[in-house]
Design a protein around this ligand. Structure first.
Ligand code: SF4
Length: 443
C-alpha cells in the first residue's frame, strides 16, 4: 500500500470554538459566511504540497501554516475575490483590471491554491485565462445566449433539469470555489440572483425524482456539489439512495482541480457508503495535474469511485494536439478516464473562448490511434436549444467499392472491409491494406 508523506504539520486545523450547524440544510459556504464550521478530525493524512505551491504560500500567505493552507475551509475563506487581492499575487494587465471591476458579470473567485498555479506576468497563460476576466467577456456575439442549452425549458421543478428519459441533472448549489470564465451556467452560479439552494428546494427535486420511476441516474451538479459540507452532501446522497429506482448517482465537480484539499478521508469514507457513485471531474489543461490534484484523484479512485474527466475545448488554452495529448495521458496516470471533450457552449461573451468545430475533430484525429484508446474522449456539441449531446467524429469512412467499405486509418491509409452479410461477402473477409489504391479510392 502506498504511504502518504506527512509533515509534522499534517493535521486538521485547531478548533476556533464555533460549532458547525448540524441542520441538513446547512450549506457551506455562502458568499459572506458568518459561521466558520469546524472539522474535528485529527491525525488524518494531508496533502503533499507541490514546490511551486509551497513557495507561493510562503511568499504570499506567510501567516498561513501548512495545516491551514491544507484546510479546504481556509482555502474557501481566503479566496481571491477582487482586483486588489489578485494584484498582490499577479501583475494584472489594464484589460484584466478593467474587466474585474466591471459590474454585472460572473464574479471573480479563485482559491489561493489555484492562484499558486497562475503565471505572475503572462496574461496569456492558459489556466490564467480560464479564471481571470478580460473585457471581451462583455461582448455579446451572434448566436450567444444566457441559457444556450435551454436548460430552463426542461426544468420541471427549480434546480432540476430532466432532458433525457432515464436521468436528471440536479443543480444542488450555485456556489463554486473558483469560477471558470466560460461556465455554461454562468447565468446562475455565484451571482446570488437565484433563490438560495436550500433543503426545501432539494425536497421538491427529490419528490420529483421519487415520482418519476424512469429516472435511474441522478447527476449532482451546480455550482459544485463538493463545496457542500459532508453533512449536507450525505443528507442528499442518503435521500437519493432511498429511492428504489435510482440506480446510479454521479457527481460533476471541479473541486479536485481547484480545491483538492477538500478530498479528505472523512469525505471519501462518507461517499463510499453510497455506491454506485461515479464522478466527472472538470479538467482543462495539463498544468492543472499537480501533486495535489493527483492525490485527490488517487483518494477518490481508492474509494472505488470511477473517475471520468470533462474538458471544454478552449481557444488558445487547450486547442492543440500536443496540449490535449499531455492532458489525456496525464489523466490516465492519475486514474481518470478522459470522458467528454465539449465544444464550448455559446454563452454570452464566449466568442474569445470558442474554436471552430474542425479544431475538435483535428484533436480527436490526433489522439485516436496515436495514443491509448482509453485516453481518447468523446467529442460532443451540446446542441443549442436543448438537443442534448451530439457526438462528432472525424470521417474515417473513405467510401465504398462494391460490397467493400473503404476505411481510412489513423495514418491516412485506406483499408477495405468486406461489408456484406451474404455468403459471398463472407468469403475472404480479412480486411487488407490497399496502399496502392489509396489515391484512386479516396472519395
Ligand atoms: S466549476 Fe463548473 S459550475 Fe463552477 S464555474 Fe466552473 S464550469 Fe461553472
Amino acid at each position: 500500500m502506498k504511504k502518504e508523506i506527512m509533515s509534522t504539520e499534517d493535521f486538521e486545523p485547531p478548533s476556533t470554538g464555533e460549532e458547525i450547524n448540524a441542520s441538513p440544510c446547512f450549506e457551506w459556504p455562502n458568499e459572506n459566511p458568518k459561521v466558520i464550521p469546524i472539522l474535528r478530525v485529527s491525525n488524518v493524512p494531508r496533502f503533499r504540497c507541490g514546490l511551486r505551491t509551497s513557495s507561493f504560500r510562503k511568499k504570499f500567505f506567510p501567516d498561513a501554516s501548512f495545516s491551514e493552507w491544507n484546510d479546504w475551509r481556509w482555502q474557501l475563506r481566503n479566496r481571491i475575490r477582487d482586483a486588489h487581492a489578485l494584484s498582490r499575487l499577479i501583475t494584472l494587465s489594464a484589460d484584466e483590471t478593467e474587466a474585474i471591476t466591471a459590474k454585472g458579470q460572473l464574479p471573480l473567485a479563485i482559491t489561493p491554491y489555484y492562484a499558486s498555479l497562475l503565471d505572475k506576468d503572462n496574461p496569456r497563460q492558459p489556466i490564467r485565462r480560464t479564471v481571470v476576466p478580460v473585457t471581451t467577456e462583455q461582448i455579446v456575439s451572434p448566436g450567444e445566449a444566457e441559457d444556450p442549452l435551454g436548460e430552463e425549458h426542461d426544468t420541471p421543478v427549480p434546480g432540476l433539469v430532466h432532458r433525457y428519459p432515464d436521468r436528471v441533472l440536479f443543480l444542488v448549489t450555485d456556489f463554486c470555489s473558483t469560477y471558470c470564465r466560460y461556465c455554461t451556467r454562468s447565468r446562475m452560479v455565484g451571482n446570488g440572483k437565484k433563490e438560495g439552494f436550500d433543503v426545501r428546494r432539494w425536497e421538491r427535486a427529490i419528490a420529483y425524482i421519487e415520482s418519476s420511476p424512469s429516472v435511474r441516474d441522478v447527476l449532482l451538479s451546480g455550482g459544485d456539489p463538493l463545496t457542500l459540507s459532508d453533512e449536507s452532501l450525505e443528507w442528499l446522497l442518503s435521500r437519493l439512495r432511498r429511492i428504489p429506482h435510482v440506480e446510479l448517482i454521479r457527481i460533476g465537480t471541479k473541486v479536485p482541480v481547484v480545491l483538492p484539499q477538500r478530498i479528505m478521508p472523512s469525505l471519501t469514507r462518507m461517499l463510499k457508503k453510497y455506491h454506485p457513485l461515479w464522478m466527472s471531474i472538470h479538467v482543462t489543461h495539463p498544468d492543472e495535474l499537480t501533486a495535489e490534484t493527483s492525490q485527490a484523484c488517487e483518494r477518490l479512485a481508492d474509494t472505488g469511485i470511477p473517475l471520468g474527466s470533462q474538458t471544454v475545448l478552449l481557444s488558445g488554452i487547450n486547442d492543440d494536439v500536443p496540449t490535449m495529448k499531455r492532458l489525456v495521458q496525464g489523466l490516465l496516470k492519475i486514474r481518470v478516464k478522459p470522458y467528454y471533450l465539449y465544444q464550448c457552449d455559446p454563452i454570452l461573451g464566449s466568442a474569445h473562448f470558442r474554436t471552430p468545430v474542425e479544431k475538435g475533430l483535428e484533436i480527436i484525429q490526433g489522439l485516436r490511434g496515436h495514443t491509448t484508446g482509453y485516453a481518447v474522449p468523446t467529442y460532443v456539441i451540446d446542441a443549442p436549444g436543448g438537443g442534448g449531446k451530439i457526438p462528432l467524429l472525424p470521417d474515417y469512412v473513405a467510401g465504398r467499392d462494391g460490397d467493400d467499405l473503404l476505411l481510412r486509418n489513423y495514418e491516412g491509409h485506406i483499408y477495405r472491409y468486406p461489408d456484406s452479410t451474404g455468403p459471398v461477402g463472407r468469403e475472404g473477409c480479412a480486411p487488407f491494406l490497399d496502399r496502392g489504391a489509396t489515391e484512386d479510392l479516396r472519395l
